[in-house]
Design a protein around this ligand. Structure first.
Ligand SMILES: Cc1cc2nc3c(=O)[nH]c(=O)nc-3n(C[C@H](O)[C@H](O)[C@H](O)COP(=O)(O)O)c2cc1C
Length: 327
């Protein structure tokens, strides 16, 4: 067993969290991770309405009696989602953990706190992590440049970002981005983290509720196969390359600083359901981390979590312990 401030805070067995993932983080995914002793997270905005989120939370509760959370992503949008409605669904559904991401969640913290909900905010920099700490978040996920999804614009990898976070933060943090095995869990703990958060690795599991083509694409890819798109729009996203992504990058090159979001709509708008449920792997850009290079199998979630914890324990108590010698 590995006990940390994160396992204590969330009442979970292993310090492993499954980050919110658009069109992946359904009840099946979250329940599988929570049943394996980690913290599963339902992706709030994948549910089109607060009523559907309430239903998804109820479905998850039918599948697990362990703690699970809900992700709320705050992105700039013309018509903002019904955040108060989503938060009501979370509170009324008895969910006690929320993973926030994107914009500063300060506006929503009072209502979450009043309802006894712990908030873990996902950040891609030390300064945003410190901000999260100062506004009262309980923990942060520190998302390095390797991560699938939105790595921010600072381009600092976890080898530097995590020990920098450890220097500055008082609240616990988990290492997010690029994590896929037990050696990395042990390394994250060594660097000062209290656990790990994984996205991409959890997609390549038996229970992940996505089309088999997505899992096979992850197996086939290596660490050189991700691309950064939307950089000129300052909305950088790490995605798996495919024909649509290369087309998008060509547009970025051709249009330069004049590019607008409308120019790339065909490659990014509404593509998730086509990829994740229909398995159309050329439909557009979908988030995927460099950790694909370390993913070589499709285990059950429990097999993955158990293997990571056992490997981390063996590394800490055997391999590393053997390296130290009395003076
Ligand atoms: C397919 C996919 C979809 C994602 N969607 C979201 C999302 O909607 N909201 C969010 O906060 N993070 C999202 N993420 C980021 C993950 O929660 C997590 O921070 C990230 O995957 C960690 O990096 P890794 O993929 O290297 O493990 C997504 C990641 C992936 C791979």
């Amino acid at each position: 067993m590995i006990r940390t401030r994160i396992t204590e805070m969330f009442g979970i067995e292993h310090p492993i969290i499954q980050g919110g993932m658009h069109h992946v983080g359904y009840a099946e995914m979250a329940a599988a991770v929570s049943n394996a002793g980690g913290l599963g997270i339902i992706t709030g905005l994948t549910q089109r309405t607060p009523e559907l989120l309430a239903n998804e939370i109820a479905r998850c509760r039918d599948m697990t009696d362990k703690p699970f959370g809900v992700n709320l992503t705050f992105l700039p949008s013309v018509v903002p989602p019904d955040y108060p409605g989503y938060i009501r669904a979370i509170i009324e559904g008895g969910v006690k953990i929320v993973e926030t991401a994107g914009n500063n969640p300060a506006k929503w913290l009072p209502v979450l706190k009043e309802n006894g909900i712990k908030v873990i905010h996902k950040c891609t920099s030390v300064r945003h992590s410190l901000k999260a700490e100062s506004i009262g978040c309980d923990a942060v996920s520190v998302d390095g440049f390797e991560c699938g999804g939105h790595p921010g614009e600072d381009d600092v990898g976890n080898w530097i970002l995590l020990p920098r976070a450890a220097e500055e933060l008082k609240i616990p943090f988990v290492a997010s981005g690029g994590v896929g095995n037990g050696a990395q869990l042990a390394a994250a703990l060594a660097l000062g983290a209290d656990g790990v958060n994984m996205g991409t690795r959890f997609i390549a599991t038996k229970e992940a509720p996505v089309h088999e083509n997505v899992k096979q694409a992850i197996l086939a890819a290596n660490e050189l196969d991700t691309r950064l798109v939307m950089r000129p729009l300052r909305n950088t996203e790490r995605v798996l390359t495919n024909a649509a992504v290369e087309r998008l990058l060509e547009k970025e090159k051709a249009l330069g600083a004049n590019i607008k979001f409308e120019d790339i709509l065909p490659e990014v708008a509404g593509v998730y359901p086509r990829i994740m449920s229909e398995g159309d792997m050329e439909a557009g850009a979908w988030s995927c981390g460099m950790v694909v290079g370390l993913i070589h199998d499709i285990p059950t979630v429990k097999e993955l979590v158990d293997r990571m914890v056992a490997d981390a324990e063996a590394i800490i108590t055997k391999r590393l312990a053997r390296l130290t010698v009395a003076a």
